[in-house]
Design a protein. Structure first.
Length: 171
């Protein structure tokens, strides 16, 4: 092994803030140390700064790209949204029962299932069919979200859709 290789090993093994000293040993060979030896003239070696990458804490926004837009996290599905609900007028469902559709592209993969959240709470059983029925939903305003799940893990979630159910009130 050459001295240059040993010098590199020494640099790697030392903490980032350590000072390196260069001196000539008793045999006349150039040597390096993190402490200047007693009774020998040692010169401090200027080292270039070490490259370091700061880890981004979880939940922090992605860095902006050159175009100024924030990078979007990778999504498994290009499209995941609820369709078939009127959002500008009330949904007329005399018994509170109606069907919604889930638009998903590409199609649902492997072990993934669709789960509805009605007003923030899981509704019905998760399934793999993109047409879902809601039964006996109360009058008033509701929020609906569809999630793609893998076991208990949420893979992706659709934007929330707010809708109003209008039912015939029987005295």
């Amino acid at each position: 092994m050459g001295r240059g290789f040993l010098f590199i090993l020494l640099l790697i093994a030392l903490p980032a803030t350590a000072q390196i000293y260069k001196y000539t040993d008793a045999n006349g060979a150039t040597a390096y140390s993190n402490q200047p030896p007693d009774g020998v003239s040692a010169q401090p070696v200027d080292l270039p700064p070490l490259n370091s990458v700061e880890r981004q804490p979880a939940g922090e926004a992605a860095p902006a790209t050159d175009s100024g837009h924030k990078e979007q996290p990778y999504k498994t599905y290009e499209v995941l949204e609820i369709t078939g609900l009127p959002t500008t007028e009330a949904l007329r469902a005399n018994n509170g029962t109606f069907t919604i559709n889930v638009l998903i592209k590409p199609r649902l993969q492997g072990p993934h299932l669709l789960r509805l959240l009605l007003d923030g709470q899981p509704y019905g059983q998760p399934g793999n069919v993109p047409t879902l029925q809601l039964v006996n939903i109360d009058r008033g305003e509701h929020r609906l979200v569809v999630q793609v799940i893998d076991g208990e893990n949420v893979v992706q979630q659709s934007p929330a859709v707010t809708f109003t159910v209008q039912r015939v009130h029987k005295p």
